[in-house]
Design a protein around this ligand. Structure first.
Ligand code: PLP
Length: 433
């Protein structure tokens, strides 16, 4: 048997940092990443044969748990029929129809292979459709690693951002305005001074890349009003929340709270691929008709709408659309968060948690008076040392949480009451240390 340590050393010789996506390297929490051998249901097994209850679910896609029989069958059948044709297939239509049927704001969509690609293409389309250059994003929201989105807030009021990655020239982010999440005053100022130049505002409606932070209802209401008033497109990045927090995504959650609410464009990924590389962006027919081959906005992909990936996504959507699916998933997730809160309270540890559908977050706060963080600064001010200790204590006890305090967690339909109980028993021990 090969150890995780030996694999990590070997990986580092041929892959930068030993991983193909940075968070997997455990840099935020320290220690050796687990090299996963296989997964089934709610569980992962690493190279050393250790079993873990999986609360990452490939960062969201595995909403049915690993190796769901109906999905496996659909993928095996599709693979036998061909991996990729570079020509249209009926399954692409079926997947587009399925997504459009579930998300009222989307009339047409285009399939791509990653969330990064979808977000990048949505911005190009928003700029092409409005004839404007400026885009707005919020600190702590992640929309993939396109150059124009790798940006953090500048200093001073409503200044344009600075690149957060080497290799991104300042000129490339000069049209990207970065605002504080849930800050109404900054939003008003930005639109008052440059509303007529803003092509789109991109937002994670429930942010999952700064742990778990909801956009407040007043903030979302105002954002919708301002976009409409100034002719900017409101782009919901639902790569994480889509088909994860509810069958209709986060937009259905806000539509229940804000009458008539809907974004202008939506970006999806993760769950719609069911674990295969697949993502999409969509909106009204009017906006989508600006895309090539109909319109002047260019966008393309050799593997886009891949026949095996679409089979996986379709089978996944079919399962999660069954009556009662989200009620059961939400109840499991809520029982986990409530149990963690109770364990922390018993241990005398300041803690807050939240969840929606199959997505959750929790924070070790600095005091018992602190509520849920509302923005990136507040998330990063929570107790990182305690989180890191908790993460490792849970991992040692067979519970695999996201390896950084700024990541959300995910529950699948395969997680059953005994898994939640085992997790909470581990948490009680971990918190007592
Ligand atoms: C994961 C994620 C992305 C990027 O998707 P990739 O498939 O990793 O490129 C974009 N936006 C959000 C909100 C995400 O969570």
């Amino acid at each position: 048997m090969t150890s995780n340590e030996a694999l990590f050393a070997r990986a580092q010789r041929v892959i930068p940092g030993g991983v193909n996506s940075p968070v997997r390297a455990f840099r935020a929490v320290g220690g050796t990443p687990r090299f996963i051998r296989r997964a089934q249901g709610a569980y992962l097994w690493d190279a050393e044969g250790s079993k873990y209850i999986d609360y990452i679910g490939s960062w969201g896609p595995m909403i049915l748990g690993h190796g769901h029989p109906a999905v496996l069958e659909a993928v095996q059948k599709a693979a036998a029929e061909g991996f990729s044709f570079g020509a249209p297939t009926e399954r692409e239509i079926e997947l587009a129809e399925a997504i459009i049927a579930l998300v009222p704001g989307v009339e047409q969509l285009r399939l791509v292979s990653s969330g990064t690609e979808a977000g990048m293409s949505a911005i190009r389309l928003a700029r092409g459709a409005t004839g404007r250059s400026k885009i707005v994003k919020f600190e702590g929201c992640y929309h993939g690693h396109a150059d124009a989105l790798l940006v953090k807030a500048g200093s001073g009021l409503a200044t344009f951002g600075h690149p957060t990655s080497a290799g991104v020239p300042a000129e490339v982010v000069q049209h990207t305005l970065v605002l504080e999440y849930n800050n109404l005053a900054r939003l008003d100022e930005a639109f008052a001074s440059q509303g007529g130049e803003i092509a789109c505002v991109m937002i994670e409606p429930i942010a999952g890349n700064m742990n778990f932070v909801r956009a407040s209802v007043p903030f979302m209401t105002r954002l919708r009003e301002l976009c409409t008033k100034h002719g900017a497109l409101l782009v919901f990045d639902e790569v994480m929340t889509g088909f994860r927090v509810a069958l209709g995504g986060a937009q259905s959650v806000y539509a229940r709270l804000i009458p008539g609410f809907r974004p202008d464009m939506s970006v999806f990924g993760k769950v719609i691929g069911g674990g295969m590389p697949l993502a999409a962006f969509g909106g009204s027919k009017d906006v989508m008709s600006r895309l090539a081959p109909l319109g002047p906005v260019y966008q393309a992909g050799t593997l886009s709408g891949n026949p095996v990936a679409t089979a996986c996504g379709l089978a996944t959507l079919r399962e999660i659309a069954r009556p009662g699916f989200f009620d059961a998933l939400s109840a499991t997730t809520r029982s986990l968060v409530a149990g963690l809160e109770a364990a922390a309270r018993d241990a005398g540890v300041p803690f807050v948690g939240d969840s929606e559908g199959g997505m959750f977050g929790f924070f070790f706060t600095r005091s018992f008076d602190d509520g849920l963080p509302q923005n990136y600064g507040q998330v990063m001010a929570t107790d990182k040392e305690r989180f890191n200790r908790f993460f490792h204590a849970m991992l040692e006890r067979g519970v695999y949480l996201a390896p950084a305090l700024y990541e959300a967690g995910f529950v699948s339909a395969a997680h059953q009451a005994p898994d939640i109980e085992a997790t909470l028993a581990a948490a009680r021990e971990a918190l007592a240390r």
